[in-house]
Design a protein around this ligand. Structure first.
Ligand code: ADP
Ligand code: MG
Length: 628
């Protein structure tokens, strides 16, 4: 027999795959698995332990939710925040999957009723805080048949990160008490120290470690350097205008900035709210709710915002200030585009950020580590090669390809001989006796009579106005580049004045030349109006052809109608709109335009339960739309 040429077909394997895909479509409405999901799910179904490292928005929840549905018994999911539990339980119930949570927000009676439902087998997934798991280990968990323990946000076990929760370290008791129940841990934090902590503290039994790529190709990346406040605000408004009606977050370094940016946006008619640690917990909760339910478009927040939400339709993230580390940055931009659709990110990077963050790092407990992290963040901001490559390399994934979805790939930097400009700046600094900061130096170069210039008679300097022909924004960017190249440094102990370095002196006295990067004096954000170019695989090309021939283009007006209907339905049911249907599912509806409930069920993102629940209403809207 010539079977050597062919791979023997494993029918059991095909049946399993078919079963998994059927369940995926029936319960969640999805047509295919995301990268890594299928292997993890098969592993969990085989009853073994594992650790799953996948980026935010990668689709970790499905890796325990689908097994939980398919296995006999109750899956216990440990989650650190009540809002995260609520979000997932709502999403599961909206798909007709029996889920519940046990936490301190429930009354005794409510808790009792949940316990009863678990014991009688009416619940498939039970979400618990680590405290309630430990408290109920002795009875509840022994009274029910358990199928799986899923420890979500498992990095909370590590003291190294910023979300440390001491109760997580006790979860290894689950492994001791229930040796026969498989256990999985999931997180988006992939650094080595955290990984070792998770393996040690959770007591997983020879776990298989699944590491997905941390790439999020649907997120566009852009950085704009050296904008003064007015120009920043202008660009921010233009950026948000391009995302009309779409949810987004503006991250700020301080509470004060979060408040002032909120006011700026409100003044331009953009619905925005501030969120930071200085607000009362009730206020913070109501801001979060308003955002999740699409009642406010923008939240201006400090880093305190975001961990507790799984909102899938955040279409953009803007960093008004540079964050303190790449970890923080990646986590924050990762909150956009969880549904896999394109989402845009933009970061402003200024000299003031460097000064402020350096002083934070200087005062912090782990000074050297934090300074190093800041340095790496700056390297990202100043990149002249593909930004995604820098991010991926930082997370230990080597990438040698350009992404075509960042500003550097779109507009490769151009350089010119900037020796004369640099000499002008250094000479002005020298004449001002190295006792000025960035702003005043720029004022001297531009010939601007600012208060400090007048007070200290800098207008008498020979170099006053020597760089008048160059706009302020461009000077700011050149000065920042000089700092990056080590031609000047900031004396943090002398009111942040600038000092000329040895290298700087060499340039000033003509011993070496300098290349500067061209700075365009434009006010558009660098990825404006650019559709992200996807790396096209063969199958994607095939899909594109099928798309064109079968269903035609998306109807934007219909999408807006469906979006309004989603809002109405969500309000009626008390769910956030993205839980009723994701943005992606709405786009598919506006493209496929199903005119019967049966056809509606075939739309990617529509499962069996949602077809029954919402089919008539959505199809009626689509039909009405075409009668107009
Ligand atoms: P994570 O926990 O890894 O941050 P989630 O589990 O919250 O990510 O999933 C992010 C989004 O991706 C959710 O909106 C989810 O519905 C969606 N998703 C997950 N798996 C798939 C899939 N196979 N196909 C389409 N969408 C998916
Ligand atoms: Mg998650």
């Amino acid at each position: 027999m010539a079977c050597g040429r062919f791979k023997m077909v494993n029918f059991a394997e095909i049946m399993d795959r078919k079963l998994l895909l059927d369940a995926l479509k029936r319960y969640f409405g999805f047509d295919s698995f995301r990268r890594g999901q299928e292997g993890i799910i098969s592993h969990v179904l085989s009853g073994q332990d594992c650790l799953v490292l996948m980026p935010t928005g990668g689709g970790k929840s499905l890796c325990y939710q689908l097994p939980a549905i398919l296995m006999d018994g109750l899956t216990v999911v440990v989650s650190p925040l009540i809002s995260l539990m609520k979000d997932q339980v709502d999403a599961l119930r909206a798909s007709g999957i029996p889920a519940a949570s046990l936490n301190s927000s429930l009354s005794d009676n409510e808790q009792l009723s949940v316990v009863r439902d678990c014991v009688s087998g009416r619940v498939k997934l039970l979400y618990m805080s680590p405290e309630s798991v430990l408290a109920r280990m002795a009875y509840l968990l022994h009274d029910v048949k358990l199928s799986l323990f899923a420890i979500d946000e498992a990095h909370c076990v590590s003291q190294w990160g910023h979300d440390f929760r001491p109760e997580y370290t006790q979860l290894s008791r689950l492994r001791e008490e229930f040796p026969e129940v498989p256990m999985m841990a999931l997180t988006a934090t992939a650094d080595k120290v955290t990984r070792i902590d998770m393996l040690q503290h959770l007591g997983l039994r020879s776990p298989k470690v699944f590491i997905s790529s941390f790439d999020r190709p649907n997120l566009s990346l852009a950085v704009v350097q050296g904008l003064p406040k007015k120009a920043k605000d202008k660009m921010m408004l233009a950026f948000i205008k391009e995302h009309q009606g779409q949810s987004g977050i503006v991250y700020c370094l301080s509470r004060k900035t979060a408040e002032s940016v909120t006011h700026t946006l409100a003044a331009y008619g953009i619905a925005a709210l501030a969120y930071h640690a200085g607000l009362a917990p009730e206020v913070r909760n109501s801001v979060q709710e308003a955002f999740v339910h699409d009642r406010v478009q923008v939240v201006c927040a400090t880093i305190a915002f975001g961990m507790g939400i799984d909102k899938s339709n955040i279409r953009w993230v803007l960093h008004y200030n540079m964050p303190k580390s790449i970890e923080n940055f990646y986590q924050e931009i990762g909150r956009a585009g969880r549904d896999g659709l394109p989402a845009n990110t933009l970061m402003f990077y200024s000299y003031a950020d460097v000064v402020q963050l350096s002083s934070f790092a200087q005062q912090s407990g782990q000074r050297d580590i934090n300074k190093e992290k800041l340095k790496r963040m700056q390297e990202y901001a100043e990149a002249t090669v593909c930004r995604r490559r820098i991010l991926l390399n930082y997370f230990g994934e080597s990438s040698d390809r350009s992404c075509h979805n960042c500003d550097v790939c779109h507009h490769p930097p151009r350089v010119f001989d900037g020796t004369i400009e640099v000499q002008k700046a250094l000479s002005a600094l020298m004449r001002a006796r190295e006792t000025v900061g960035f702003r005043t130096l720029a004022d001297i170069l531009r010939g601007t009579y600012s208060a400090e210039v007048k007070l200290r008679h800098y207008d008498q300097l020979k170099t006053f106005g020597a760089g008048r022909a160059i706009p302020p924004r461009v000077w700011n960017a050149y000065l920042l580049q000089m700092l990056q190249m080590g031609l000047v440094e900031i004396a943090y102990n002398e009111e942040n004045h600038l000092k000329i370095t040895h290298q700087g002196r060499e340039v000033l006295f003509g011993a070496r030349t300098v290349l500067l990067t061209v700075v365009d004096d434009e006010q558009e954000w660098p990825m404006a109006n650019s559709q992200p170019k996807q790396r096209r695989s063969r199958s994607r090309e095939l899909f594109a052809i099928l798309d064109e021939t079968n269903e035609g283009a998306e109807d934007k007006e219909l999408f807006e109608e469906l979006r309004m209907l989603r809002h109405k339905v969500a309000d009626r049911q008390g769910f956030p709109p993205y839980i009723v249907f994701s943005d992606k599912a709405l786009h598919e509806m506006a493209r496929i335009k199903p005119l019967s409930v049966e056809a509606f069920g075939n739309v990617p993102g529509v499962g069996e339960f949602k077809k029954q629940q919402y089919g008539m209403e959505f199809v009626a809207t689509i039909r009405r739309f075409y009668k107009k």
